[in-house]
Design a protein around this ligand. Structure first.
Ligand SMILES: *Cc1c(COP(=O)(O)O)cnc(C)c1O
Length: 384
C-alpha cells in the first residue's frame, strides 16, 4: 500500500487512509464510538474498543506514521510521555539498566530518575557525542540505549550512528525521541534504531491544540508496545486522532518552512552585536554541524541563543517581542520564546545550569511559520 506513495509530501496526505474510502468521504470521519459489535475476536487485544487502539482512526494514523518514517508499524498514544513510558516499560523490567543521553526532555528525565528506580530500573547518563565514554558505563544488565535526535535547549546532535553500532555490538535496544527533528528531517528506523518515539503534540500535529504521541518501529516491537499500551491505558481519543491526521497532512510544508526560517534567524542572531552565542546545528559554528549535515535532511525549527547582559537582558527581550508568543512547548505555527533558566530548568542551581549548557541568559526559540523577515525585524527591535 505505502509503496504506491513515494515522496514524504504524498505519503503525509494519502498513506494509511482507508481503501475504499468510507462512504466515499474524502476525509475519513471520526469514529466517535467506544466499543464495537462482537465479531468473534479470538484474543483480548483484538476486541475492538477505543482503549485497545484499534479504531479505523487509530489504524489509519499508525499506517501513515509507519509510511513516513520508513518503518513496518506505528501506534499513536495519548501523549508523548505515554509513548516514552510505554515503550521503555515494554523493553525494560525490574533489574534492568539503560544508558541515556545526559540532557533529556524534563518529563523523560523525571520518569528515569524518580519513577524507574522504584521499579528497579536503573540508568547511567552518557554524553551522546562522546562514544569513547560509553563502554565504561555498560553493566551486565544493560538492555537499552536511549537518546534524543536534537537536545533541548542546547540544540545539539549526538553521534547517532555510533549509538546504533555500539548498541548493536552490545545487544541493546536502541530508542530515540525524534520529536525535535520530525520524520521530515530524520527517519531513525532507516538508520538502524529499533524504536522512534514522538510527542505528536509538537511538529506532527503542528497546531498547538492537542496532546498526542507515537511509537514507530518493527511490527513485532510495535505489537508488543501496543499490548503494553492496552494495559497501561494511554490511548489517544479518536477526536484527537482526527486532528492529528489533519495536522500531519501539512507536516512537510510546515517543517521545510521552519527549517528555512530558523536558519535565517540563526544567521541574523549570530551577526548581532548583543548576541554572544547561537546554538543551531545549521550554523558552521555549531559543534554538531558536521554530524547534523550528514544525518539530517533539515536542521529543524528549534534554536537557542545567549544575550549579553545575563538573565535581565533575556527577560527584557522576552517582554519586548511583539510577534512571538512567550510560552513553553514547540512545533506549532506560532513562534514561541522561553527562557529555560526560569521555566524548564528553574529547579537547577545556576552552577548546575551552567554545567548543563543552560546559562541564565539563554533564550530558546521554536520558530513558527510566520514570515521570516518579519520575525527578524521583531527580534531586532526587541534587542535594541
Ligand atoms: C514535549 C516533549 C515530550 C513529551 O510530550 P507530551 O506530548 O507533552 O507528553 C517528550 N519529548 C520531547 C523531546 C518533547 O519535546
Amino acid at each position: 500500500m505505502s509503496e504506491r506513495f513515494k515522496a514524504m509530501e504524498t505519503k503525509l496526505v494519502h498513506a494509511g487512509e482507508p481503501e475504499p474510502r468510507l462512504a466515499g468521504a474524502v476525509v475519513a470521519p471520526i469514529f466517535q464510538t467506544a466499543n464495537y459489535e462482537f465479531a468473534g475476536e479470538a484474543s483480548y487485544h483484538d476486541i475492538r474498543y477505543m482503549r485497545l487502539n484499534n479504531s479505523p482512526n487509530h489504524i489509519a494514523l499508525g499506517r501513515k506514521l509507519a509510511a513516513v518514517e520508513g518503518a513496518e508499524a506505528a501506534v499513536v498514544t495519548g501523549s508523548g510521555m505515554a509513548a516514552i513510558s510505554t515503550a521503555l516499560l515494554t523493553v525494560l523490567g525490574g533489574g534492568d539498566h539503560l544508558l541515556v543521553q545526559d540532557s533529556l526532555y524534563g518529563g523523560t528525565n523525571s520518569l528515569l530518575t524518580v519513577d524507574f528506580p522504584a521499579l528497579g530500573i536503573e540508568h547511567d547518563f552518557v554524553d551522546a557525542a562522546e562514544p569513547d565514554s560509553w563502554r565504561a558505563r555498560l553493566r551486565p544488565n544493560t538492555r537499552a540505549f536511549y537518546v534524543e535526535t536534537i537536545t533541548n535547549p542546547t540544540i545539539r546532535v549526538g553521534d547517532l550512528q555510533a549509538v546504533v553500532s555500539f548498541a548493536r555490538e552490545h545487544g541493546l535496544t536502541k530508542l530515540i525521541d525524534n520529536t525535535f527533528a520530525s520524520p521530515v528531517n530524520l527517519r531513525p528506523i532507516e538508520h538502524g534504531f529499533d524504536l522512534s518515539l514522538h510527542s505528536c503534540t509538537k511538529y506532527l500535529n503542528g497546531h498547538s491544540d492537542i496532546v498526542a504521541g507515537a511509537v514507530v518501529g518493527s511490527s513485532e516491537l510495535v505489537g508488543r508496545v501496543t499490548n503494553k499500551l492496552d494495559h497501561l491505558g494511554g490511548c489517544l481519543d479518536t477526536h484527537a486522532c482526527f486532528l492529528l491526521n489533519r495536522g500531519m497532512k501539512t507536516l512537510a510544508l510546515r517543517v521545510r518552512r521552519q527549517n528555512e526560517s530558523a536558519l535565517k534567524l540563526a544567521r541574523f542572531l549570530e551577526g548581532h552585536r548583543r548576541v554572544e552565542r547561537v546554538n543551531y546545528p545549521g550554523l558552521a559554528s555549531s559543534t554538531s554541524h558536521e554530524r547534523a549535515a550528514r544525518l539530517l535532511d533539515g536542521f529543524g525549527g528549534m534554536l537557542s541563543f545567549e544575550l549579553s547582559g545575563g538573565v535581565q537582558a533575556a527577560e527584557r527581550f522576552q517582554k519586548r517581542v511583539r510577534i512571538a508568543v512567550v510560552a513553553a512547548s514547540l512545533g506549532g505555527p506560532e513562534t514561541l520564546v522561553t527562557i529555560p533558566a526560569t521555566t524548564s530548568h528553574a529547579g537547577l542551581s545556576p552552577a548546575e545550569r551552567e554545567r548543563a549548557g543552560v546559562p541564565d541568559s539563554l533564550v530558546r526559540i521554536s520558530v513558527g511559520i510566520e514570515d521570516a523577515d518579519e520575525l527578524i525585524e521583531d527580534f531586532r527591535q526587541a534587542m535594541e
